[in-house]
Design a protein around this ligand. Structure first.
Ligand SMILES: Cc1cc2nc3c(=O)[nH]c(=O)nc-3n(C[C@H](O)[C@H](O)[C@H](O)COP(=O)(O)O)c2cc1C
Length: 178
């Protein structure tokens, strides 16, 4: 059965362990530690060579990453809060510090060190990012609560059409609202 219920599942970021990754100058992952692989649900091998946007969550506004890249390209450290997407559709929040890696004074890679954040901080940033997303893309994050009967109907509809529950819900909303 194809559902997207997992997209509401938040993974706890282990405290006392740093989530580390490095990228080449284009943002392709060159190194990932085991903690990073564990928390995002991919294996280290799956991550190496992939663009870092592999863990990009659709709730993250574009302007946050624009600011990140402008900062690190200018040789500064970018510090900020990021909601990331797990391979299974779940998510996790981190505080990240992203900066250049230098060899003999020359910029060769970028690195990111991340740590867990408190629930209250997550909520503040979720609200901030919701507002940015609405402004930038006209998108609003919505949580839909359905009774069991409607969940069953929606799941059946999705199965009949061979689409995901998310897509079935989108079709209904498009038909009703447009
Ligand atoms: C070292 C480093 C670490 C990054 N870590 C993340 C991350 O954890 N999550 C994320 O969505 N983007 C991260 N990015 C930014 C991505 O490269 C990318 O800009 C972002 O996911 C937005 O995707 P897009 O540029 O395809 O729109 C990182 C970039 C660098 C250089």
């Amino acid at each position: 059965m194809l559902t997207s219920y997992k997209s509401l599942i938040q993974s706890e970021v282990p405290s006392g362990e740093l989530i580390i990754s490095r990228t080449d100058l284009h943002g392709n992952i060159t190194y990932a530690n085991e903690t990073f692989a564990f928390i995002c649900g991919y294996s280290v091998d799956e991550l190496i060579g992939k663009p870092h946007s592999i863990v990009r969550h659709p709730d993250m506004p574009k302007s946050v990453f624009k600011e990140l890249w402008t900062s690190i390209k200018a040789g500064k450290i970018w510090k900020g809060y990021v909601k990331n997407l797990r391979k299974d559709g779940g998510y996790y929040w981190v505080y990240a510090e992203v900066s250049g890696v230098y060899k003999d004074g020359k910029l060769v890679e970028y690195k990111s060190l991340r740590s867990p954040i408190d629930q209250e901080v997550q909520e503040i940033f979720q609200e901030k990012y919701d507002a940015l997303l609405a402004k930038e893309e006209g998108k609003v994050r919505a949580i839909v609560t359905l009774n069991i009967e409607n969940v069953e109907k929606l799941t059946k509809l999705a199965q009949d059409k061979k689409i995901t529950v998310d897509e079935a819900l989108k079709d209904i909303l498009d038909d009703t609202l447009l």
